[in-house]
Design a protein around this ligand. Structure first.
Ligand code: KIV
Ligand code: ZN
Length: 387
């Protein structure tokens, strides 16, 4: 693997994810999730926003002190006080990173009421300050995808010259589309002096449901860090889902030849833990980690799956940490699946017996959303009693 093939995974479940209204996690829960992320091979963990509260500070500090291999990053606005507080929280990490940001689009520039020149000076001052504290500095122009190209090039160049080692390009409001996301990274790589010496990151929100596609398009154009969260947790419609980009790069490595360091077999467990501690349930049909992502009910699909799993599955359930595909028995199920399910339950039926049981199974299935193993056992026992 060359440097060109490696994509770093930056997880921000504990910072951007936790900013999702109602997703607050306790200190112990944050330490637990950070530990799972570290063990899973995530490269950078954004542990929180230390100046936001004493609780956030303590969580970032605790995570920095426990981390084994991941870089631990804290967020800071573009002012010296935020950056100092961030450094205080992360300085004991084996690999600390300061992430500082400011909104650069016309709408965001209006909030602190800074002129373009004043903002450029602020960026120079704050990135220089962060770099004097820490060798690893990430800088983000918030709302980059709605910032004028010329101004974006100008401020990215300033941040690089001031010592930023990673430049993150946020699509803060989930506004961009894949072709544009790629073009923005290409434009920065072409026009900004020094751009080939730093890592470009992509940070996408999912307001139009394009976060994963936008992140992958940015990678194809040269970004080498994807910012994401477990289950796509995040403000509004959420952030790029970590499990989606990791599995997309694994399953479609033929057309996207990039590697991550993430052990995908740990995805299901961490997804369940994040859902439990954040209180945000995972939708049933969520890609990769949804309850139905590896479940089949229709007769045609079940029959195909029993003959060759590749007919209706592009990933093996084991690759995401599930033990097996879930063949769900319901009114769409066919004879082949019923025979196989009953055989698993210890009932090996001849053709005539199966015919009779299948009729009674369909009558039952018409009344229920799902026919469970216990229902099938009861069905077999009723049949015995009637015989
Ligand atoms: O979406 C965003 O712009 C952010 C920044 C703080 C990086 O989360
Ligand atoms: Zn964000």
């Amino acid at each position: 693997m060359t440097k060109q093939d490696r994509v770093f995974i930056f997880d921000t479940t504990l910072r951007d994810g936790e900013q999702s209204p109602g997703a607050t996690m306790s200190h112990a829960e944050k330490l637990e999730i950070a530990n799972l992320l570290d063990e899973m091979g995530v490269d950078i963990i954004e542990a929180g926003f230390p100046i936001a509260s004493d609780g956030d500070f303590a969580a970032v500090k605790g995570i920095a002190e426990q981390a084994k291999t991941a870089v631990i990053c804290g967020l800071a606005r573009a002012n010296l006080q935020d950056i100092d507080r961030c450094w205080e929280a992360i300085q004991n990490a084996k690999l600390p990173r300061i992430h500082t940001f400011i909104g650069t689009s016309p709408l965001h520039r209006a909030i602190p009421n800074l002129t373009m020149d004043e903002m450029a000076d602020r960026i120079h001052e704050t990135v220089t300050h962060a770099r004097n504290l820490c060798d690893n500095v990430q800088w983000s122009p918030m709302d980059a995808t709605r910032t004028e190209d010329d101004y974006l090039c100008r401020v990215v160049e300033i941040a690089i010259k001031a010592g930023a080692t990673t430049i993150n390009i946020p699509d803060t409001v989930g506004y961009t589309a894949p072709r544009e996301s790629a073009a923005l990274i290409s434009m920065l790589l072409d026009r900004v002096p020094g751009a080939d010496e730093i890592i470009f990151a992509t940070h996408c929100h999912n307001d139009l449901g394009m976060a994963t596609a936008n992140s992958l398009a940015a990678v194809e154009a040269g970004a080498r860090q994807i910012e994401c969260t477990i289950n796509g947790l995040g403000e509004r419609a959420g952030n790029t889902a970590l499990e989606e980009v990791v599995m997309a790069l694994k399953v479609r490595n033929d057309i996207m030849p990039y590697q991550t360091g993430v052990d995908s077999t740990k995805l299901m467990n961490i997804s369940r833990r994040v859902a439990a501690v954040s209180g945000f349930a995972v939708q049933f049909n969520k890609a990769i980690v949804g309850k139905n992502a590896f479940a089949h009910e229709s007769g045609i699909h079940q029959d195909g799956m029993l003959k060759n799993a590749e007919t209706f599955e592009i990933m093996r359930p084991e690759d995401v940490g599930l033990s097996a595909t879930n063949i769900v028995m319901g009114k769409h199920s066919g004879r082949a699946a019923l025979r196989s399910k009953l055989s698993d339950l210890g009932y090996d039926l001849g053709d005539n017996q199966l015919k009779d049981v299948f009729v009674r199974f369909k009558e039952l299935a018409d009344q229920k959303k799902e026919v469970y193993d216990e229902d099938l056992i009861a069905l077999m026992q009723t049949g015995d009693a009637e015989a």
